[in-house]
Design a binder for this molecule. Structure first.
Ligand SMILES: [Zn+2]
Length: 131
């Protein structure tokens, strides 16, 4: 991947990360109560165009996680770290676990969502903290 490729940003997702960082995280819900994360114009579950922003629940639960010991160049100084999928209401969010040793991360852990910076590049990323 060239540097130019890495400059390409997904504005919808970046706006969402900013909202999460401001404590105003949200998800999208269609008329049939299907949850999804932005950017979306159409419900990925039923194709509905009638989607609205709904506040993200404050507490999520870790559903699965992977501990990375050998990372891609953008994350080399962050290792070891746990990338988790947590369920917040109707949506599943991927983030890096913080404030817990990787060996103590477990399925069922209750977490809250936040935004922090990677150790390696200082880029923003979604993180989870124990709650
Ligand atoms: Zn739907």
């Amino acid at each position: 991947m060239s540097d130019a490729d890495e400059e390409v940003v997904d504005a919808g997702y970046d706006e969402w990360v900013t909202a999460v960082a401001d404590g105003e995280g949200y998800y999208l819900e269609c008329e049939n109560d299907h949850g999804s994360l932005p950017p979306r114009r159409v419900c990925p579950h039923c194709g509905s165009l009638d989607i609205a922003e709904v506040p993200l629940p404050e507490a999520g639960e870790i559903q699965t996680f992977t501990v990375t010991h050998v990372a891609t160049p953008n994350f080399t100084e962050d290792t070891p770290y746990a990338v988790c999928i947590a369920r917040f209401g109707d949506v599943r969010v991927t983030g890096q676990m913080r404030d817990v040793a990787v060996e103590d991360v477990e399925v069922g852990l209750t977490v809250e969502i936040d935004v922090a910076q990677t150790e390696t590049t200082g880029d923003d990323l979604v993180v989870f903290r124990p709650r």
